[in-house]
Design a protein around this ligand. Structure first.
Ligand SMILES: Nc1ncnc2c1ncn2[C@@H]1O[C@H](COP(=O)(O)OP(=O)(O)O)[C@@H](O)[C@H]1O
Ligand SMILES: [Mg+2]
Length: 192
């Protein structure tokens, strides 16, 4: 079975009176293990297509089967669940969280899966090892590991290309647990 299959996938952006057909009747399949590059001039619809394939947006028409499941008309909540469980999307700008150190950045998706801190930290360290950077052992106080206190833990530009893919590589089902994000900075800006 194809990992990705689209049927007449279309995306129309309505701009006031005019309809802009960003994608028209796209038919494509991607098999498991295939490595695919989408090429085309600027404005040809690459980002629009990736947004649809990544379940970040819904098509105007047509169907998208991801692993056999029709995901073209799921609501935002269901799409989020599909993304969390099945999709790794590496953005051009990586979208790493600057307040978090390397390990914490890798832990972000595990956090949203509701993994325990112990489990996600140990998994994040394993994944960091896989890309060849052994982070220092954590100080006893977790907060000290943030970039403000220890700048050297912050992923540098050159390291981000390795970090972002790794963050997307961990895949274990067991999704959704809503908690307040403990990593979110709560101090007022003046205190930082
Ligand atoms: N949110 C949007 N609203 C209106 N038009 C859009 C939007 N996003 C993209 N477009 C238009 O859709 C077409 C395809 O854009 P895009 O998918 O970004 O192309 P590419 O990534 O190949 O450069 C372009 O004409 C672009 O201007
Ligand atoms: Mg683009």
């Amino acid at each position: 079975m194809s990992l990705v299959r689209t049927e007449r996938l279309s995306k129309v952006y309505q701009m006031g009176e005019t309809a802009l057909h960003a994608l028209r009747d796209v038919e494509m399949t991607i098999d498991p293990g295939e490595y695919v590059a989408i090429m085309g001039p600027s404005g040809s619809g690459k980002s629009t297509l990736l947004n649809l394939l990544g379940c970040l947006d819904r098509p105007s028409q047509g169907r998208y089967f991801l692993g056999g499941e029709d995901v073209s008309q799921l609501d935002d909540r269901r799409l989020s669940a599909v993304r969390g469980a099945r999709i790794g999307f590496i953005f051009q700008s990586y979208n790493l969280i600057p307040q978090l150190n390397v390990i914490e950045n890798i832990e972000v998706p595990m956090f949203y899966r509701g993994w325990s801190e112990t489990r996600s930290e140990s998994r994040a360290r394993e994944l960091a090892d896989l890309v060849g950077r052994r982070p220092p052992d954590p100080p006893a106080d977790r907060t000290e590991r943030r970039p403000a206190a220890t700048r050297r833990h912050r992923p540098g530009l050159g390291q981000r290309p390795r970090r972002a893919p790794r963050r997307r590589t961990h895949r274990k089902p067991r999704f959704t647990q809503r908690r307040r994000n403990p990593h979110h900075p709560r101090r007022p800006a003046s205190a930082r």
